[in-house]
Design a protein around this ligand. Structure first.
Ligand code: PGA
Length: 249
């Protein structure tokens, strides 16, 4: 399966930073993997122009699930699609914890993204206390089941899963390749209970303190089909090193 590297800029950077970063990445040879950038909404037009004719794809960090209407401050799927955006992060842990997005809201957003013909990247993962209580699989299975309650298995198959343990996000504590691969295998097994073929073809990314030094060993694991990168996606050298590692795996 072709690897994917998705950069989530979160709420960082200036217009100038965005130009410098994207220009540096786009100047590279094709990485032989799918490269995705998810900038803040206000930089989407700019990034979209900069990546025109390049191998880089555009994603959104979030969307509202309503089609349109009186939802002050929100952005719809069709709006981001107009800018050439083809992927949307759904259920990132910061959305779940800081903005109170429930499993049900995340599932509704997943469905809205599918309905718009875009690819949702469903983020799942456990907190440190859940891991210590051996609840990792239970938590993740619940997060996935909530989505499967809203969409058909065919619709689910058009999405991507990103396993992001909360204790590894922005902390510098990466899951070891073995630990991450074990959880990925568990996710694949859980999805296989719904549909074997779906599970086999499902792309499962790992996220949480991925950088230019650890990306290679993570993506060398059989069940890790790419990475979702936060902090290191803001530094062109790091991000390019991760993309090169993905292309080599
Ligand atoms: P990080 O963030 O790479 O800074 O840990 C990952 C994410 O939140 O997607």
């Amino acid at each position: 399966m072709r690897s994917m590297v998705a950069g989530n800029w979160k709420m960082n950077g200036t217009r100038q930073d965005a130009t410098e970063l994207v220009t540096a990445i786009a100047a590279q040879e094709d990485f032989q993997c799918d490269v995705l950038i998810c900038p803040p909404f206000v930089f989407m037009q700019q990034v979209s122009s900069l990546i025109e004719n390049s191998h880089i794809k555009l994603g959104a960090q979030n969307v509202d699930w309503h089609i349109q209407g009186a939802f002050t401050g929100e952005i719809s799927v069709s709006m981001v699609r107009e800018f050439g955006c083809r992927y949307v992060l759904t259920g990132h842990s910061e959305r779940r914890t800081l903005f109170d997005e429930s499993d049900d809201v995340v599932a509704t957003k997943f469905k809205a993204v599918i309905d718009a013909g875009l690819t949702p990247i469903l983020c799942v993962g456990e907190t440190l206390s859940q891991r210590q209580a051996s609840e990792t699989h239970e938590v993740i299975n619940r997060q996935i089941s909530a989505v499967l309650d809203h969409v058909s298995s065919d619709e689910f198959s058009r999405g991507i899963i990103a396993y992001e343990p909360l204790w590894a996000i922005g902390t510098g504590k990466t899951a070891t390749p073995d630990l991450a691969a074990g959880v990925h295998a568990g996710i694949r097994q859980f999805v296989a209970e719904v549909d074997c073929e779906l599970a086999e073809n499902m792309r499962i990314l790992y996220g949480g303190s991925v950088n230019g030094s650890n990306a290679d060993e993570l993506m060398a694991m059989e069940d890790i089909n790419g990475v979702l990168v936060g902090g290191a996606s803001l530094k062109s050298k790091e991000f390019i090193a991760i993309c090169k590692a993905a292309g080599a795996n």
